[in-house]
Design a protein around this ligand. Structure first.
Ligand code: HEC
Ligand code: HEC
Length: 172
């Protein structure tokens, strides 16, 4: 995966920089890239102008780092750029600076929320066994490839299994 991504970006140092940055922002590193996502990457690598409407990400972010984050969002949510970015009906081109797509506003809240979960709360957890990645929430932690996180319900058989295990334990 490392090699594929390296080939897709301009060079090794660029990849390392992007991935470090992505990690700092609690961003998912995608393990697999579908042909559809490769197409998206090729399409969007061309002519991305300097950002003009960043409100939560650092305004001086390098464009390759910004795009690495954005690709992470599409992978974590299993969507295309256009879930959050409005397409201009006249030109049929994606207007990345536009705020017309309501999901973009939700995503801004999510970016801030994810950053705070990591910096305010997980940073306080003292678990010597945990690696830095273990203590980092990403978009994918909740979304798991879905634009709406799936509701969780514990399976009955698993609950039963745990109850059996517990009953065997002596109280401490
Ligand atoms: C889950 C929502 C989401 C997805 C999917 C997404 N983006 Fe974004 N994008 C955002 C948000 C939110 C911002 C604004 C961040 C801010 O305000 O700091 C943004 C900003 C940008 C900007 C800067 C625009 C400007 O001028 O300010 C570019 C360029 C961009 N995205 C490209 C992409 C590309 C290319 C893709 C697909 C590979 C993509 N985005 C997928 C949410 C998303
Ligand atoms: C702690 C869990 C959690 C994390 C982490 C998280 N999300 Fe979410 N996200 C949710 C929940 C729950 C919803 C459903 C909220 C709603 O729409 O009522 C949601 C909804 C969304 C939606 C709206 C989806 C839709 O179809 O309306 C977008 C877009 C989104 N998240 C983007 C992101 C991005 C981008 C990140 C990472 C920066 C992220 N989320 C991280 C829990 C999370």
């Amino acid at each position: 995966m490392l090699r594929t991504l390296t080939a897709l970006t301009a060079g090794v140092s660029l990849f390392v920089g992007s991935s470090l940055f992505a990690r700092a922002f609690g961003q998912e590193r995608s393990t697999d890239i579908s042909p559809q996502q490769k197409l998206t990457q090729r399409r969007t690598r061309r002519s991305i102008p300097r950002p003009t409407n960043l409100q939560v990400l650092p305004k001086d972010i390098a464009v390759p780092d910004l795009l690495a984050l954005m690709r992470g969002y599409t992978a974590a949510l299993g969507v295309e750029c256009e879930l959050c970015h409005a397409v201009d009906p006249k030109t049929n081109k994606t207007n990345f600076a536009s705020d017309a797509e309501p999901d973009k506003a939700i995503a801004r809240i999510m970016i801030t929320m994810t950053k705070e979960i990591n910096s305010k709360y997980l940073s306080q957890v003292n678990d010597p066994d945990a690696t830095p990645a273990d203590k980092t929430v990403t978009c994918g932690t909740c979304h798991r490839g879905n634009s709406m996180p799936m509701p969780f319900a514990a399976s009955k058989s698993h609950a039963h299994h745990e109850a059996k295990e517990d009953s065997g334990k002596k109280p401490d």
